[in-house]
Design a protein. Structure first.
Lengths: 318, 620
């Protein structure tokens, strides 16, 4: 089945203010120094009938909330995240991933879905990424301070030591080739067992080219450039389908998915790890993002992921 | 079997696949035994220390049962004759970093990780048994009673057979994964005692006929990926592993951060507790040259379309210093030198026995010592021994002056010996150098088998240096700092090489004060050595016999980067740096480079060589 025949569950708001969370819902968000993260605070001011909960990432894998009944949640404890999720009531949940790190939104998504919550993930595209003032070849953008190193995200630890010849590495590429190179160094896939995915179409028309350029060194060194696949960069569902195809081709293999690229792609990979029958492991390098890595805010996207997962489980997306 | 290749330039691809994981099964066909291999096959713990690309993984994989099987041509009848069976495991960062966090105290993490190690190592033995009994279905198996005992030690229920044990271990691993995803100090699952199930399983197996008087090797690669407390757990197993099994560990230099067992007062000491095999030491000098020739010739033989009976070293001709001077264009300096001699009243016959390079040096020495050429030449005749010493000391360094400030090659890096020095015991680097040289050679439409020109060899060496520099950033969490450190130090040594006046020749090492704490520079240096940005060597003459005593070190940029920056690849003289200066080279490179160069009467604003112009914004 080609992508055009697949159901997508995205509501796209070109005029951001047109987005209105449902009355009776809960809106969970975090803030950063990026322009686009103001969106959630503004929404809080202009919308009534919606419960807003702000999360602050205070220490590694621990969040504080402005909900007095759950001031602190340890994300590596599924039961604790579950208690927090149950306290949010039965209404729809909006999880705004724009100002939250992967280590926060991914475990929340896992638990919310497991508890059968109606969950919609909100994401604001940036208008542009900060350019590198003194770029070396391929290093056009200046996005990250450092990486803290590869470690499992909360609730995604895996002890599945598949034999090396049964491992297929699927890095979701962004602009930062060094992060991809670092993952390659850690994962050490066998030759011809790396299938990178680049976001096409990108947020902007030139982004796919920049992504290729940024990763070209490691891609060419490893020969992985011959196997690149594409998935729309702001669509987790397109990524999910791309992963399905890869998993079908590499049946019985253990997929290691490297999260370097866009957040919507990381969300798609997370959904795939949760919903697919394939053996899947997420690989993340816990990048410390620069404060002003983006400027402006563009489209607002709302992903109805619980609907998608329900549809997937009854075979609509199969 | 030929080397797998996607590359149409066949000859170079045999050398281009220089990583164990890229070769896949060809790794065993292309394996050349290094001189230390027999030590690894003895039934005692061994720690193989070596940087990235020194061939650790290849060697360790060849110790594993499946590696050995392929290595010996998959002859089933050999298997029962083997004196040992090895189980290879690479430490996976994404696994071991799951065992840390504020949720549990270190003692609890220690118990949890020890249990995981039990499951992991027993699981490996079960995988081996499954392979072994597929080959020999009639071979004697563990009794029901033994299976029950082993199962009980892992808290596995109802294990009556080896199959039950294997399935139970796999199930237990999955349950343990659930625990890691819901870490709760008040609800810890039952955990096995460190090492006990492994002891139980190995000693039971050794009583069976197929394994009687055999050894079991746990081959643990990338030991540096373990957290410190996890290293202590493995150290404990290594120290107390007894006679049923042993460990073969692969680790990068400085990657073994904790030497104690779980008892902090108990250290692992070589040679009492284990055999330390330092690849850089074992493959030093001629040993590496011989090993490298074996590896390269084996690869050449397995490559399609590569001429047979070619000795790889003959493809890489060397240049003498005089030949190199000629190629660099020393003839262009001769009119000036002859005019200077004439002006100094020197008869042309007096300089007729001087080679162009020696003539060039005599003029250089006269100018920099502020004496006349006449006196210099007199000195050469009256004190020939002193003169020859001086000339030999400066001979290499003045080569850099011949084309100083000009575009193009300023120093040649060619010859089989030179390539082995650039690789510095690192077989991956050597394969990269040769692969790239062959590629450029073929691009010039030159047939494989013809000697590769010094120009092509040099350009290949520069390319490999630049490539590894660009890869450095992705190698570790310190990658960005290491790149900056290398760019800064490389520039300093490059400027000193281009301007040898007023300082000792061939300065390309540094030394830090022994009597002061290195502070923040210590982890930077450790990462630089571990990832081969820098090479360290023991500097104090009172070198110690064991690896536990304090040593003092000199540091140099890994010679693989010398052609890219253009400084001497030979380990020669050193400068003194403080730890603050070292950190400043990373934090404020422009200021620090200038400050250090001024100590040697040099300026930081000298023109960048062509290949460094890519990094202009870093320097200016």
């Amino acid at each position: 089945m080609i992508l055009v025949d697949k159901p997508l569950f995205t509501d796209e708001f070109i005029l951001r203010d047109a987005f209105q969370p449902e009355i009776g819902s809960t809106y969970i968000f975090g803030t950063t120094a990026e322009d686009r993260s103001v969106f959630a605070s503004d929404l809080r001011k202009r919308v009534v009938g919606v419960r807003f909960i702000e999360l602050r990432e205070v220490e590694r894998f621990v969040i504080e909330t402005d909900d007095a009944s759950f001031p602190r949640v340890v994300l590596r404890r599924e039961a604790a995240v579950g208690d927090f999720a149950q306290s949010l009531g039965d209404g729809p949940l909006y999880l705004d991933m724009t100002g939250l790190s992967h280590s926060t939104w991914a475990p929340l998504t896992k638990v919310f879905l497991a508890l059968g919550k109606e969950i919609r993930v909100v994401y604001l595209e940036p208008q542009s990424y900060t350019r590198n003032p003194s770029p070396r070849f391929g290093e056009v953008y200046d996005l990250s301070e450092r990486i803290e190193g590869i470690a499992p995200m909360p609730l995604f630890a895996s002890l599945n030591d598949a034999p090396e010849e049964k491992v297929c590495f699927v890095p979701l590429l962004g602009f930062e080739g060094t992060r991809f190179a670092h993952m390659m160094e850690e994962v050490q896939p066998l030759q011809r067992k790396t299938i990178p995915i680049i976001g096409v179409p990108g947020f902007q028309p030139d982004y796919p080219f920049q992504a290729y350029l940024g990763n070209s060194g490691a891609l060419e060194r490893t020969g992985a450039h011959r196997q690149i696949k594409f998935a729309k960069s702001n669509c987790p569902f397109s990524l999910f389908y791309a992963l399905e195809q890869i998993a079908a081709k590499y049946a019985d293999e253990h997929l290691k998915i490297g999260l370097v690229g866009t957040k919507p792609h990381a969300l798609g990979a997370t959904l795939f790890a949760l919903g697919s029958s394939a053996s899947v492991e997420l690989v993340y390098d816990h990048v410390k993002r620069k404060k002003n890595r983006t400027s402006g805010a563009d489209r607002c996207l709302v992903y109805r992921i619980s609907d998608f997962m329900a549809a997937t489980s009854v075979g609509i997306a199969a | 079997m030929t080397v797998p290749s996607d590359n149409p330039t066949i000859g170079s691809s045999a050398f281009g696949l220089y990583r164990a994981e890229w070769l896949n099964h060809a790794i065993f066909q292309l394996f050349a035994k290094p001189n230390y291999y027999p030590e690894l096959e003895t039934p005692r713990p061994c720690v193989l220390v070596g940087g990235r690309g020194t061939g650790k993984t290849t060697v360790l994989r060849c110790l594993s049962y499946d590696g050995k099987f392929e290595l010996e041509g998959s002859h089933q009848s050999n298997v029962p004759q083997w004196p040992y069976y090895g189980f290879y495991h690479r430490i996976n960062t994404n696994r071991v970093t799951a065992f840390r966090g504020e949720e549990l105290q270190e003692k609890q993490w220690t118990r949890a990780f020890a249990h995981y190690v039990n499951l992991l190592l027993c699981g490996q033995i079960f995988d081996f048994l499954s392979w072994y009994y597929d080959l020999f279905p009639e071979a004697q198996r563990l009794s029901e009673e033994a299976c029950r005992d082993i199962g009980a030690s892992l808290f596995l229920k109802d294990c009556r057979s080896q199959t039950d044990l294997a399935r139970g271990t796999d199930r237990a691993r999955k349950q343990f994964e659930s625990f890691l995803n819901n870490v709760d100090p008040d609800h810890m699952p039952p955990m096995s005692v460190q090492g006990q199930p492994i002891d139980e399983l190995c000693s039971s197996l050794l009583k069976l006929a197929p394994f009687h008087s055999k050894s079991f090797f746990f081959v643990i690669d990338e030991f540096e990926n373990l957290l410190e407390y996890q290293q202590a757990i493995f150290n404990t197993l290594i120290k107390h592993c007894g006679s049923s099994y042993t460990f073969k560990v692969g680790v990068r230099e400085l990657g073994w951060r904790r030497r104690s067992t779980l008892n902090e007062n108990e250290q692992l000491i070589s040679p009492a507790d284990y055999e330390r095999i330092d690849i850089a030491q074992r493959l030093e000098g001629e040993n590496f040259v011989r090993f490298a020739a074996d590896v390269c010739n084996l690869r050449a033989r397995h490559a399609r379309d590569f001429p047979t009976d070619i000795d790889i070293s003959r493809l890489l001709p060397n240049l003498s210093l005089d030949e190199e001077a000629e190629l660099l264009g020393i003839a262009d300096h001769l009119p000036r030198l002859r005019a200077a001699a004439r002006d100094g009243g020197i008869d042309p016959k007096e300089v007729s026995d001087l080679s162009p390079l020696e003539f060039f040096f005599a003029d250089y020495w006269a100018t920099t010592s502020n004496i006349s050429l006449r006196s210099t030449l007199n000195d050469r005749i009256t004190r020939p021994a002193a003169w020859n010493d001086r000339y030999n000391n400066y001979k290499t360094s003045i080569l850099f002056l011949i084309r100083s400030g000009k575009a193009g090659v300023r120093k040649y890096y060619c010859g089989w010996r030179t390539y082995t020095i650039l690789a510095n015991g690192n077989i991956r680097y050597l394969l990269e150098l040769i692969g790239q040289a062959l590629l450029l050679h073929q691009r010039d439409d030159m047939p494989i088998g013809h000697p590769i020109s010094p120009d092509v060899q040099t350009k290949a060496a520069q390319y490999v240096g630049r490539k590894n520099l660009s890869e450095l950033e992705g190698l570790s969490v310190h990658g960005a700092q290491l790149t900056k450190l290398l760019l800064s130090l490389g520039r300093i040594f490059e400027v000193l090489a281009q301007h040898p006046q007023r300082h000792a020749p061939e300065i390309n090492q540094f030394h830090l004060p022994d009597d002061k704490s290195l502070g923040r520079a210590e982890p930077l240096l450790a990462a630089a050595v571990m990832h081969l940005a820098l090479v360290r060597s023991v500097s104090n003459k009172r070198s110690m016999q064991t690896d536990m005593e304090l040593k003092s070190y000199d540091y140099s940029i890994h010679p693989i980067y010398a052609p890219f920056f253009t400084f001497s690849h030979r380990s020669k003289r050193k400068m003194k740096l403080s730890s603050q200066q070292l950190l400043a080279l990373v934090d404020e490179p422009k200021i620090a480079i200038g400050q250090i160069l001024r100590q040697y009467d040099q300026r930081e604003d000298t023109a960048l060589p062509e290949q460094l112009q890519l990094f202009e914004s870093f320097y200016k």
